[in-house]
Design a protein around this ligand. Structure first.
Ligand SMILES: Cc1cc2nc3c(=O)[nH]c(=O)nc-3n(C[C@H](O)[C@H](O)[C@H](O)COP(=O)(O)OP(=O)(O)OC[C@H]3O[C@@H](n4cnc5c(N)ncnc54)[C@H](O)[C@@H]3O)c2cc1C
Length: 480
């Protein structure tokens, strides 16, 4: 159990802003309530896990986030149950798929559940790939569920297999091994992949992305011969990757096409503080640049040529230029796809009996492509696929970066809408590294950033979800 918490903590505690697991928390186990009448439901805001317990959990058993990451949600038992012997097929093998499978089995013990996944291993903690690049990913604790969980819940898993065609009339999915599966209900949870911009030279063997475990394995191999990493993209994952490469002893240059780092999420002041820290950690940052070409004549790339004529040598090139939802299968089958697969509040697509969840799905035009959203959508899709009637409540989207020996957290609108009249307040702490900036519009809190110390993020979530006014915010803000 101790190792599990250590592992999870690498994801959860960093999001919360605590780098070290306190010893007593490692030993803590979530205790079930003694009597049913005391049961309460707690949701981990880091990973979306719901724990039923009389007391606020001390630590999240999935991601390792501490007690303050839990918010209480209304407790209700699953009233729906079915013994229909239908076949439910889940495409994709990520966190949305696992949550869908679990929600199905909680309601129906008789139906067949099969998960078909393209990767060659059971679902795992994907955010760890850039947060703890050098960890031993072979450990069981890296997996979302152990092998025995699938066995005990009678969930068949077909790995290393891609679904390539969907016929919504015959209700058959064709796989890349030429097998076919008939389904009564289908959950599409195919996630997303890195967007690969159409840059000349992108096909070189040492040009890589970080999305799957096999990408990490490839980079680890390349590291043995690499001295200088060039990172295309100065967003969250690009900076996390840059930091991991720096820790591996490489020289690192980050290229960002916008005038500043993480400009889509951050205001200019915080962005320039982030840049200063990145450079202070020995990472070169080039902003406002356009890549003309990835250079190199042979199998391996030799560098990057910018439109302005500057040439940068590098022997490992990591692309982190955003993501694209995996929607081809759905689109070809006639399912409505915008940026991602359009779903209603039950996570059902325009085709009855076909649901979608996670990074591949969008609800009311939003696909935040973050972990807690995939968890929630997966649960809703699974529940409804088996006949229940539950609806999705959109999450409050937040981003966090865990790199450069620090943490940064941003939630809501940090002054990004040119049509809005904002006012903001800044906070610093002379005694320790801390910076916060809070944004208000129409006298309401609309967004904020926390830098270096992010433990107030729970308060910001609460302030945003309860639409706190400026005076209320000032009164409630912790430790002012
Ligand atoms: C490096 C990294 C760090 C991240 N850090 C954070 C973070 O700190 N916080 C946060 O909230 N989010 C983070 N995210 C995002 C988070 O991991 C995703 O939102 C989440 O994994 C989405 O889950 P999913 O199940 O929808 O899709 P995925 O995790 O993408 O899983 C989908 C699975 O389906 C498979 N698949 C695709 N097509 C097919 C097909 N046709 N047939 C069969 N299988 C298929 C894929 O191979 C994959 O295994 C991070 C992502 C990455 C890559």
């Amino acid at each position: 159990m101790k190792t599990a918490f250590n592992w999870g903590s690498n994801f959860g505690l960093r999001v919360i802003g605590k780098a070290v697991v306190e010893a007593e928390k490692e030993k803590t186990e979530v205790k079930a309530a003694e009597t049913p009448k005391k049961l309460r439901a707690w949701k981990c805001i880091v990973c979306g896990e719901i724990i039923i317990s009389a007391q606020r959990p001390e630590i999240c058993p999935v991601c390792g986030a501490p007690a303050e990451a839990f918010i209480e949600i209304p407790y209700s038992e699953i009233a729906f149950s079915s013994d229909s012997k239908e076949s439910i097929l889940i495409l994709g093998n990520g966190v949305a798929a696992i949550n869908a499978a679990e929600a199905i089995r909680l309601r129906n013990k008789a139906c067949s559940i099969e998960i078909v996944g393209e990767e060659d291993q059971l679902a795992y903690n994907r955010p760890m790939l850039t947060k703890d690049f050098f960890a031993d990913f072979k450990q069981d604790e890296f997996l979302l569920k152990t092998e025995s969980w699938y066995r005990e819940n009678n969930i068949n898993v077909t790995l290393n297999t891609k679904a390539v065609e969907l016929n919504t009339t015959t209700q058959v999915v064709t796989l890349d091994n030429n097998e076919a599966r008939h389904y009564d209900r289908l959950v599409i949870a195919t996630g997303s992949d890195c967007f690969l911009p159409p840059i000349k030279g992108i096909q070189h063997d040492n040009v890589v992305k970080i999305r799957h475990l096999k990408d990490v394995a490839k980079i680890k191999k390349l590291l043995t011969t690499s001295k200088r990493a060039l990172i295309i993209g100065g967003g969250i994952l690009g900076l996390e990757a840059a930091w991991q490469m720096k820790k591996a002893g490489l020289e690192v240059v980050v290229f960002e096409m916008l005038p500043a780092l993480m400009l889509r999420q951050l205001d200019e002041t915080t962005s320039s503080k982030l840049r200063a820290l990145t450079e202070a950690k020995g990472i070169e940052v080039q902003t406002n640049v356009k890549i003309k070409e990835i250079t190199g004549e042979g199998r391996l790339a030799e560098g990057i040529l910018l439109e302005d004529g500057r040439d940068f040598h590098g022997d490992l090139i990591i692309i982190s230029a955003g993501i694209a939802a995996n929607t081809t299968l759905a689109k070809n089958a006639g399912i409505v796809v915008n940026r991602a697969i359009a779903v209603d509040a039950k996570m059902e697509t325009n085709v009855k009996g076909i649901f979608a969840a996670g990074d591949c799905a969008e609800f009311e035009g939003h696909d935040w492509a973050i972990w807690p959203q995939a968890v929630d959508m997966g649960k809703i899709a699974g529940a409804n696929a088996v006949g229940d009637n539950v609806t999705y409540t959109p999450i409050v989207p937040a981003v966090s970066i865990h790199a450069l020996d620090t943490d940064l957290y941003a939630i809501g609108d940090c002054g990004k809408n040119p049509e809005t009249n904002y006012f903001s307040i800044e906070m610093n702490d002379a005694a320790k590294p801390f910076y916060a900036k809070y944004f208000f519009a129409d006298n309401l809190f609309v967004g904020g950033v926390l830098f270096y110390d992010t433990h107030k993020n729970i308060f910001l979530i609460e302030a945003l979800s309860t639409k706190m006014t400026y005076p209320e915010f000032l009164k409630e803000e912790p430790n002012r």
